[in-house]
Ligand binder design. Structure first.
Ligand code: HPA
Length: 248
């Protein structure tokens, strides 16, 4: 039996009909919600809505450590994370799905490691390729098999939020080499690495980042694009889980 974690972001707050619900407590506090378990053949998938079931946790207030620790307790081998982002570079236009291969962390003040205090086990985890692994490769081939067009690389800049960026901040991100900007990939990805869990992200470009077109970014437009894209996200993840399950 293989076990995987699935973290839903804005626009993906449930997956299907759960076979079981897990209430997990951790040394770092409570995760964003109970985790729902799904079975697909030989595969167990544990789903966690990052922002809570009522979207009560904004990006800077998510208990990332409790969330990753919950997956560790459930014995998953890795995590697929869905992230809504703003597109910066040309191909990342609204509606596009991107499987990033790099990130730059601009967040601050978040509990970003399992080793924060003197006396904690010190971890300098290797993080040169934050998303590298079987899951990222599997998502890319599942997209091809499902006939879905995705971008198979890209750098995501992770901003603090919850406000959207200024146009100058987006220019800086662009100059730094970011193709997208989101608010939740860090410290999630780094904590997964500390916990020894593979981590792949599926980004949904919900809007052009601030200042890149002449219209202000609105939550209504973001939500509409996320709703439209979710059909493809579900198809991609469904194909991916099926292929992992068939691979045994
Ligand atoms: N910036 C940051 N996070 C986001 C955006 C954005 O423009 N759109 C969706 N998530």
């Amino acid at each position: 039996m293989r076990r995987l974690g699935l973290i839903g972001g804005s626009g993906l707050d449930q997956w299907g009909t759960a076979t079981r619900t897990h209430t997990i407590d951790s040394a770092f506090g409570r995760p964003s919600a109970d985790l729902e378990e799904y079975r697909l053949g030989d595969l167990q998938v544990f789903f966690l809505p990052r922002h809570g079931t009522r979207h009560e946790f904004p990006p800077h207030a998510v208990n990332y450590r409790a969330n990753i620790d919950a997956f560790r307790q459930l014995g998953v081998a890795g995590i697929i994370a869905v992230n809504a982002v703003g597109g910066i570079s040309g191909p990342n236009q609204p509606g596009t799905l991107t499987i990033p291969d790099q990130l730059i962390d601009y967040t601050w003040g978040r509990a970003h490691s399992f080793s924060l205090d003197a006396g904690d086990e010190l971890q300098h985890v290797e993080f040169a390729r934050p998303f590298e692994g079987e899951l990222r490769r599997g998502l890319i081939s599942a997209a091809t098999d499902a006939g879905l067009s995705v971008l198979d690389s890209g750098c995501i800049g992770v901003s603090q939020g919850p406000r959207l960026e200024t146009a100058a901040e987006v220019r800086r991100l662009q100059n730094d080499g970011c193709d997208m900007v989101g608010m939740t990939t860090m410290p999630e990805a780094a904590l997964a690495r500390e916990a020894g869990l593979e981590y792949a992200s599926l980004c949904i470009n919900a809007n052009w980042a601030a200042g890149l077109d002449n219209t202000p970014v609105t939550m209504e437009a973001i939500d509409a694009t996320l709703r439209e894209a979710m059909v493809r996200v579900r198809k991609l993840l469904g194909t991916f889980f099926e292929e992992i399950s068939n691979a045994g």
